[in-house]
Ligand binder design. Structure first.
Ligand code: SAM
Length: 220
């Protein structure tokens, strides 16, 4: 027995999570469902929290930050409409869990985290799981990653007062961006599709994320 759960029990907890939190709430994209069944979420949280990793809530990952609720990870990933050949930018690596989900589906994931300690921790877990299609960077993700642009999809996993213009500029024509927009306390998940250089916006769900801190986000 390795702590409260052994490997099989983690798999069973993951299957239950996907059935009761993801599929039951209307996520239909089979690629997203398969990725969530596969990625060992418990390895992205500290050992003391592993038996809670498949619960229907976010969890602390240190430095005042969180790993998002599984359903929100699934909802945002599905909204990116990934088919498998995309180059994706993620802003807010955090634990690296969302990064792994994206790496399961897309061609390449570029992920930016402003906190060097979190980035380093995420890198270790992602390398230990064998991912070879991820580039990590430490910095202000509200500025995007101009050298790697354009991106077919962009996901921002921290709340911003508006959609950062550099991210709009770095999104390919036809590309999708998903980002929580609002103030510090309440936000709405926004999906934008770039058509003729302009974002066509639709809103998804009310959400609550930690702040995107940066030049085009909130000030420190
Ligand atoms: N996707 C993550 C996961 O699966 O664990 C959760 C991300 S957490 C909700 C938000 C992250 O965004 C935090 O780790 C925070 O440090 C980071 N962050 C905040 N502002 C940022 C910025 N301007 N650039 C890059 N990362 C930022």
């Amino acid at each position: 027995m390795q702590g409260f759960y052994d490997k099989d029990l983690y798999r069973i907890a993951r299957e239950k999570m996907v059935k009761s939190q993801i599929v039951a709430r209307g996520i239909k994209d089979e690629k997203v469902i398969q990725a969530m069944l596969k990625v060992p979420r418990h390895l992205f949280v500290e050992e003391a929290l592993r038996d809670q990793a498949y619960g229907d809530f976010p969890l602390p990952i240190g430095k005042g930050q969180t790993i998002s609720q599984p359903y929100i990870v699934a909802l945002m990933t599905e909204a990116l409409e990934l088919k498998g050949k995309e180059r994706v930018l993620e802003v807010g690596t955090g634990s690296g869990y969302q990064t792994a989900i994206l790496a399961e589906i897309a061609l390449w994931v570029y992920t930016i985290e402003r906190d060097p300690d979190l980035s380093e921790k995420a890198k270790k877990v992602l390398l230990s799981l064998g991912y070879k299609n991820i580039s990590l960077k430490i910095g202000d993700g509200s500025l995007g990653w101009p050298e790697a642009a354009p991106f077919d999809a962009i996901i921002v996993t921290a709340a911003s007062p508006q959609i950062p213009q550099p991210l709009v500029d770095q999104l390919a024509e036809g590309g999708r961006i998903v980002i929580p927009v609002g103030d510090e306390f309440s936000q709405i998940l926004v999906k934008g599709i770039k058509k003729d250089g302009i974002l066509k916006i639709q809103t998804l769900e009310p959400v609550r994320f930690v702040k995107l801190v940066g030049a085009y986000g909130f000030k420190e």
